[in-house]
Design a protein around this ligand. Structure first.
Ligand code: GDP
Ligand code: IMO
Ligand code: MG
Length: 448
C-alpha cells in the first residue's frame, strides 16, 4: 500500500518527523515534487540531519526515490549524500530519469527575477534554489532531464538550445552583464557541459537512475510499502495555494501520482495524512490573515513562539512569520487532499501561553467564510473570526510522550478534538517536541 504525507499549511509543519517515524514501516520513501527548497529536520539516534533533497527515509536505511515530479540539483544531491556517508550512513537513493535538472542559470534567474518583482510586491520570497525557473523550462519544453545527463550528445544539444536563451533573458530583461558578473560560468555552455556530464557519469557509475513509475510499481507488486513524502504545503501549491506567493509544484496529494508514475487509483487507495502545525509559520511573503503582527503584544507573542519553536528557515535561516492556526486553510487542505488522517505537531510550543486563539472563519466584507477564497486578493481582505481556547500549562513533554495521549493536558486535548472534528479526520499522531521520541503515536497509517 501507499501512505502519502502532505503539508496541510505553508510548509515546515514538521513533516520530516512523521516521515521518519512511519518511514520505518515502509520499504521505499519517495519524493514527488519540489527540490532543494525543502528543508526537513530528522533526529535519529541523537543526531540531527538536515535534508533538502535526499528523502528523509534514507536516514533510516530505506530506499529513497526522487520522482519525475522533482527538480534535482545534482550538486546538492551529491553534497548531501557525501555528508550522510561521512556521518556513517549508507543512503540508497534513486532518481527518476524523467526528473528535471536544476542548472546554475536557474538559480541566477531565480535571484534576479525576485529582485525585479520586489518593486511590485510580487516576490514570493523564494528560497533562491532555482525551483521556479526550472519548472518553467519543464513546462516550456526546453528543460534538461536527469536522463539527458547520461547521454553527452543529448546534453550538448539541449544546452546549446537553452543557454543562449537564458543568457539573453538575463541580459536583456534583467540587465545582468553576464561576462563581467560572478555568474559567467552559469551561462557558459562548455563549462556546463563538462560539469553536468561528470554528474551524469557519477549517476551512472552508482546506478542511481531509474524509470520511477516502473521501479515503484514493481516494488508495490512485490508487496513493498511505499511512503510518499510531500515537501512544502497545500497553501503554497501552485494550483491550490496563495498564488503568486507559492512554490512551482504540486505538494497536494494528487502530485504523488503525477510526480512518481504510480497510478492515482493506487495512491488514492492508500492513506493520505495531513501534517498540521498547531499554529502557522510562513517563510515567504504574501498576506496571512491570522498573522501575529498587528500590535506590540502580538509581536511579542510571535517572538516568543518563534524562539520556542525554533521558527527559522532550515534552508535559508530566515525568521518565519507566525500566526494563529487558520481553520479555513485547513478545511481547504482537507478537501484538496482527502485526508484519511492527520498529525498535529508543536502543541508543546503553545503551552504556557495566556491565550490561545484559532482563526475559525474569515470575515470578508461582512460575509462569513469557512474556506479560503480562490484569489489571493480576496484572501488578503479576509479578517479572521477568532475562537478562543483555554490555554494549557507547560508540562514535561518527554514524560507525556512516554505516557501517551492521556497525559496530554485536557485543554490541549480539547484543541486537538476541535481540529480533528473541523477537518473530519482522525488524529494519528501528536508532536510534543522536536525529538523523534517526542511524538504520541495513536495509529499507524500502514495498519489502516
Ligand atoms: P518540514 O519541512 O515539514 O519537514 O518541517 P521542518 O523540519 O522544516 O520544521 C519543523 C521543525 O520543527 C523541526 O526543527 C522539527 O524538529 C521541529 N518539530 C517537529 N515537530 C515538532 C513538535 O511537535 N514540537 C516541537 N517543538 N518541534 C517540532
Ligand atoms: P518544506 O518542505 C516553507 C516557499 C518560499 C516561497 C515560496 C516559493 O521545508 O516544508 P521556491 O524556492 O519554492 O520557489 O519558493 O515557497 N517555500 C517553503 N516554505 N517550507 C518549504 O519547504 C518551502 N519551500 C518553498 O519561502 O515563499
Ligand atoms: Mg521545512
Amino acid at each position: 500500500m501507499t501512505v502519502t504525507i502532505v503539508g496541510s499549511q505553508l510548509g515546515d509543519e514538521g513533516k520530516g518527523a512523521l516521515v521518519d517515524i512511519w518511514g520505518g514501516d515502509s520499504d521505499v520513501v519517495v519524493r514527488y515534487q519540489g527540490g532543494d527548497n525543502a528543508g526537513h529536520t530528522v533526529v535519529h539516534d541523537g543526531t540531527e540531519y538536515k535534508l533538502s533533497l535526499v528523502p528523509s527515509g534514507a536516514v533510516r536505511g530505506k530506499i529513497g526515490v526522487l520522482g519525475n515530479g522533482c527538480v534535482v540539483n545534482p550538486e546538492t544531491l551529491f553534497d548531501e549524500l557525501d555528508t550522510l556517508r561521512d556521518q556513517g550512513l549508507d543512503p540508497d537513493v534513486r532518481i527518476a530519469r524523467r526528473a528535471h535538472v536544476i542548472l546554475p542559470y536557474h538559480r541566477v534567474i531565480d535571484g534576479i527575477e525576485e529582485e525585479a518583482k520586489s518593486d511590485d510586491d510580487l516576490a514570493a520570497g523564494t528560497t533562491g534554489r532555482g525551483i521556479g525557473p526550472t519548472y518553467e523550462d519543464k513546462a516550456g519544453r526546453r528543460g534538461i532531464r536527469i536522463g539527458d545527463l547520461l547521454d553527452p550528445d543529448v546534453l550538448r544539444e539541449r544546452l546549446e538550445y537553452a543557454v543562449p536563451q537564458k543568457r539573453t533573458l538575463a541580459e536583456e530583461a534583467y540587465g545582468l552583464d553576464v561576462a563581467t558578473s560572478d555568474h559567467a560560468d552559469a551561462f557558459d555552455i562548455d563549462h556546463l557541459f563538462e560539469t553536468y556530464r561528470a554528474y551524469g557519469e557519477r549517476l551512472a557509475a552508482e546506478s542511481m537512475t531509474v524509470n520511477a513509475g516502473e521501479f515503484l510499481t514493481d516494488k508495490l507488486d512485490a508487496g513493498d510499502e511505499l511512503l510518499f513524502e510531500g515537501a512544502q504545503g497545500t497553501s503554497i501549491d501552485i494550483d491550490h495555494g496563495i498564488y503568486p506567493y507559492v512554490t512551482s509544484s504540486n505538494p497536494t496529494a494528487g502530485g504523488a501520482a503525477v510526480g512518481s508514475g504510480v497510478a492515482p487509483t493506487v495512491v488514492g487507495g492508500g492513506e493520505v495524512v495531513g501534517i498540521v502545525k498547531a499554529y502557522l509559520s510562513r517563510v515567504g511573503t504574501g498576506p496571512l490573515p491570522t498573522e501575529l503582527d498587528g500590535t506590540d503584544s502580538e509581536e511579542e507573542l510571535a517572538d516568543f513562539i518563534r524562539e520556542k519553536g525554533g521558527e527559522f528557515g532550515t534552508v535559508t535561516g530566515r525568521p518565519r512569520r507566525i500566526g494563529w492556526l487558520d481553520m479555513p486553510m485547513l478545511r481547504h487542505a482537507a478537501r484538496a487532499n482527502g485526508f484519511t488522517g492527520i498529525a498535529v505537531n508543536h502543541i508543546d510550543v503553545l503551552a504556557g501561553l495566556d491565550e490561545i486563539n484559532v482563526g475559525h472563519a474569515y470575515d470578508l466584507d461582512g460575509e462569513e467564510l469557512l474556506t479560503m477564497p480562490a484569489t489571493t486578493e480576496r484572501w488578503s481582505r479576509c479578517d479572521p473570526v477568532l475562537r478562543s481556547f483555554e490555554p494549557w500549562e507547560e508540562v514535561d513533554w518527554s514524560a507525556v510522550a512516554a505516557e501517551g495521549y492521556d497525559a496530554i493536558p485536557d485543554n490541549a486535548q480539547a484543541y486537538l478534538d476541535y481540529i480533528s472534528a473541523e477537518v473530519d479526520a482522525p488524529i494519528y499522531a501528536i508532536g510534543v517536541g522536536p525529538g523523534r521520541d517526542e511524538t504520541v503515536v495513536l495509529d499507524n497509517p500502514f495498519e489502516q
